[in-house]
Design a protein around this ligand. Structure first.
Ligand SMILES: [Zn+2]
Length: 209
């Protein structure tokens, strides 16, 4: 079971964590005990998506994924510190990825760098932005909306930059968007952002040393 789990990527492991009945801090403690550090990034990331109130003061009537912090099985002081630092880095990543949407995808679609073809960029209307002025305004509007939604209103996913990146990537569906180049560029940009952030997780939670 353990060998099998170790081969999973963070993404696979995270989805298993979310559907498991185990207390997430037990998974972290178990990974420490069994010297299985590859389990830690996904487990820390998972717990960081909850508010400190949910972690420290779970509501009695609601099923919870945390043991009472002052009961048994809580994280050690060093891991609590990692969790707090990682939560801060993760919150910053949400703002950064939203802000990045204002320039990243558009810059690439103007050059046709996200061509669907495999042999370098082409200049067909499908791969290069044909209405840069409108698309720039469109992206600026999406950045403002996403900032309001995730940063100001703290709606679902506000502490989960991987979720936010996935949602951002789908904001301009290629089926309905007037500029298919930008819709495609946004999708590809979002998936690269997710990949980049996966790799950053050990650093966010100080798990790299
Ligand atoms: Zn465009």
């Amino acid at each position: 079971m353990q060998t099998f789990t170790l081969r999973l990527s963070y993404a696979d492991f995270l989805s298993k964590l979310v559907t498991s009945d185990a207390f997430v801090q037990d998974i972290i403690n178990l990974a420490r005990l069994t010297n299985a550090p590859s389990l830690l990034p996904a487990a820390f990331y998972d717990i960081s998506r909850y508010t400190f109130a949910q972690i420290f003061e779970p509501i009695e009537d609601e099923p919870t994924r945390f043991r009472c912090v002052f009961g048994g099985g809580m994280l050690c002081a060093d891991d609590m510190r990692r969790l707090a630092l990682g939560k801060e880095a993760s919150a910053h990543a949400v703002s950064a990825v939203i802000h990045g949407m204002g320039r990243g995808p558009l810059a690439h679609s103007r050059k046709g760098a996200f061509s669907l073809h495999t042999h370098g960029p082409t200049h067909s209307p499908l791969s290069v932005c044909t209405m840069p002025g409108e698309c720039r305004r469109d992206f600026a509007e999406l950045v403002a909306l996403a900032t309001q939604h995730y940063v100001c209103d703290r709606e679902r996913g506000y502490a989960d930059p991987l979720y936010v990146a996935e949602e951002l990537g789908a904001l301009k569906s290629a089926d309905v968007s007037e500029c298919r180049a930008c819709a495609r560029a946004l999708e590809v940009w979002a998936s690269k952002e997710r990949e980049r952030m996966w790799k950053m997780i050990p650093l966010w939670f100080r798990l790299d040393s």
